[in-house]
Ligand binder design. Structure first.
Ligand code: ZN
Length: 184
C-alpha cells in the first residue's frame, strides 16, 4: 500500500487542529483503503453516473427480454392461442418502453454530471482532508474558505455543481455554514 511520500504536501497543515496528517482529496479518493472504508465515497466529486457501456448492456437486456415476448406472441399466432399472442405482445411492448425510459434516464444523468463537472472539479480538486479532525479545507482559503465535515463538503460541491437532486436522503439534515465564500 503506497501511502505517505508526497513531498509537496508537507507544508500544508490543518487550520482546524494544526495536524500535518493531511492529504489532498483527489489523493484520498484514489486510495484503495479510503475506497474500502467509505471515505472516498463521502468525498466523491460527483454521482456515479452509469456509463455508456452500462446503458448498452441495459439496452441489450431489454431487447433480449422483449424478444422473448415477441417469440411468445408468434407462438400464440402459430398455435392459435390468442391469449399468448396478446400477452407476448404486451410483454414486448412494456419491455421496450421500460428499456427506453431507463436508457434515457441514464443519458440524462450522464449529461448532468458532465454539465457540472468543471464547477465540481474547481471546488473539489484543491481541497484537503485532515485525518486528525476529519475535516475538509482548502489551503489558503482558495477557492473556498472554512472547515467542513466530509458530508458538508460533498453537499457543498454537489450543490454548486447542480448535482443536489442526486444527493441521498441523509444529506437533507446536513447544514452548510452560511455563505461559504467561493470564486465565480
Ligand atoms: Zn485537522
Amino acid at each position: 500500500m503506497a501511502t505517505e511520500s508526497s513531498p509537496e504536501a508537507v507544508d500544508v497543515k490543518c487550520p482546524g487542529c494544526g495536524s500535518a496528517a493531511v492529504r489532498s482529496v483527489p489523493e484520498v479518493c484514489a486510495d484503495h483503503a479510503s475506497m474500502r472504508d467509505g471515505l472516498a465515497d463521502r468525498l466523491a466529486r460527483s454521482p456515479g453516473a452509469p456509463t455508456r457501456f452500462d446503458s448498452g448492456v441495459h439496452c441489450l437486456e431489454g431487447m433480449l427480454l422483449a424478444g422473448v415476448g415477441i417469440a411468445l406472441a408468434y407462438g400464440g399466432i402459430a398455435h392459435h392461442r390468442p391469449p399468448y399472442t396478446a400477452g407476448g405482445a404486451l410483454l414486448a411492448a412494456l419491455l421496450l418502453v421500460g428499456t427506453a425510459v431507463v436508457v434515457r434516464r441514464e443519458a440524462r444523468e450522464r449529461a448532468l454530471v458532465t454539465a457540472g463537472e468543471s464547477r465540481a472539479e474547481a471546488l473539489w480538486r484543491p481541497a484537503y482532508h485532515c485525518a486528525g479532525c476529519a475535516s475538509v479545507f482548502c489551503p489558503g482559503g482558495t477557492p473556498w474558505q472554512g472547515l467542513l465535515t466530509p458530508e458538508q463538503f460533498k453537499k457543498f460541491v454537489w450543490t454548486e455543481a447542480g448535482y443536489d437532486k442526486e444527493l441521498e436522503e441523509r444529506f437533507t439534515d446536513v447544514d452548510l455554514p452560511p455563505g461559504i465564500p467561493t470564486g465565480p
